[in-house]
Design a protein around this ligand. Structure first.
Ligand SMILES: Cc1ncc(COP(=O)(O)O)c(C=O)c1O
Length: 419
């Protein structure tokens, strides 16, 4: 049985428009991206009509770190389905215990306990709940332009444009410029429960923090009895060439949230991880936070296989090799397109193509599409195009992506009259 190709592309667009989202269907039609995900494998995805192949450099923010339908990961899910199902979130679970133990081995510092979730936003919500519950305080400081998810507290910690139509936000949230230790220091006080940052804020255009920013933020938190929450939903699991993006900044957060890639692209799994001291908050209230599908047993072996793959030294070395190829490629592209390309914002394969103005990102997304690359721009800083290729691409494909980006930059510059 095949699930792909049961309807024509036009039929899919009509049905999607009527029953899922007319806005999305209209938008993609209007910009000439009438693409419907069809067959997918490794770094590639084909249009449902089979006529066009894209290299996935969006990867859903890291969901497809190991490529689409990675055979090893799929095999684990198939095996897992023979024996397991969702399980019962109220009870003690072998699968969740094994996965949380493995996470404890891989997490920085003394982080050793995990609460699982289904989505990144849910796990961010848990992180903020825990910070508030543990400290007994309510103030939460996050970055202007950041993104932590579409659910309650995560939404409140994110950028205003995603929450303003939905009424008043919960009280206690404050946003500060990312990577500005002075402003942050001035705002952290004895009412502060948590400071929450993405390691590299993707939606804000991939700014890379100063080397000492997070360590200083942690020190300021500690001085005031607040907690540092680090959102590694995109930067975790090898994306930056280290197991965790925050490793580059020699900082152990109080709470770390991971998601996206942990799913292996096939079974939703997210996690909020913290130390035993924080975990003690739940000792007297073990049923205060329950998630029916969070840490579903059938998905635990999948996440375990993802962790095994991403933590291999040779895997991380491969990511570092690829990131050097992109760094070199972009310094050449910069001399070829000085009128449009400002440079590459980069932490491993967490990359943002910085261009000269805010019209560039949207035009570049279309130009990338026309040149066989799926990539999106940073919604809160549209002069940056996000570039997140799967981590499993080989060197030849990295060079091919750079070549295609060369053409896309040329097309973007021509379209915008920047030649
Ligand atoms: C940095 C970051 N945090 C949190 C989230 C929320 O994750 P989810 O969409 O799985 O709820 C996202 C999603 O894009 C994200 O990019």
């Amino acid at each position: 049985m095949s699930f792909i190709g049961r309807d024509t592309k036009e039929g899919i667009f009509e049905r999607f428009s009527s029953h899922v989202s007319q806005g999305k269907a209209d938008f993609f039609r209007s910009v000439g991206i009438d693409f419907v995900f069809g067959k997918r494998t490794g770094p590639f995805v084909w249009d449902a009509a089979g006529s066009r192949r894209l290299i996935n450099c969006h990867c859903n923010g890291g969901v497809f770190n190991l490529g689409h339908t990675n055979p090893g990961i799929v095999r684990v899910l198939v095996e897992s389905l023979r024996e397991l199902d969702i399980g019962n979130h109220h009870l003690v679970s072998e699968q969740r215990a094994m996965l949380a133990h493995r996470l404890a081995e891989l997490m920085p510092g003394d982080i050793s306990c995990t609460v699982f979730g289904v989505g990144g936003g849910e796990s961010i919500d848990l992180a903020i709940k825990l910070a508030r519950g543990y400290t007994g305080r309510s103030k939460v400081i996050s970055a202007i332009g950041g993104y932590h998810g579409h659910t309650g507290l995560a939404l409140a910690a994110g950028d205003e444009q995603y929450r303003s139509p939905f009424g008043a936000s919960p009280p206690g949230f404050l946003q500060v410029p990312f990577n500005d230790i002075k402003v942050l220091t001035a705002e952290i006080d004895r009412d502060t429960a948590a400071v929450i940052f993405e390691t590299v804020p993707a939606t804000a255009g991939m700014p890379i923090a100063d080397r000492n920013f997070f360590a200083r933020a942690k020190a300021e938190c500690a001085r005031n009895g607040a907690l540092l929450v680090i959102d590694e939903v995109q930067t975790g699991l090898g994306r930056t060439g280290s197991m965790w993006g925050i490793d580059h900044f020699d900082t152990v957060p109080d709470i770390m949230v991971i998601g996206k890639g942990l799913s292996g692209g096939i079974y939703p799994m997210t996690a909020a991880c913290f130390n035993a001291d924080l975990a003690a908050f739940f000792n007297d209230r073990p049923f205060i936070h329950v998630s029916t599908f969070g840490g579903a047993e059938v998905g635990c072996p999948v996440a375990m296989a993802v962790l095994d793959e991403c933590s291999k030294p040779e895997f991380l070395e491969h990511v570092r090799t690829l990131s050097r190829i992109f760094a070199q490629g972009f310094s050449e592209l910069k001399s070829r397109h000085p009128q449009i390309l400002v440079g590459l914002r980069q932490l491993g394969l967490m990359m943002g193509i910085e261009m000269v103005n805010d019209s560039c990102g949207p035009v570049m997304s279309k130009a990338c599409y026309d040149n066989g690359i799926l990539s999106v721009y940073a919604n809160n800083y549209p002069r940056v195009s996000q570039l997140l290729p799967p981590l499993i691409i080989d060197e030849a494909l990295a060079y091919e992506i750079i070549e295609r980006l060369d053409a896309a930059l040329g097309d973007t510059a021509a379209f915008l009259g920047l030649v």
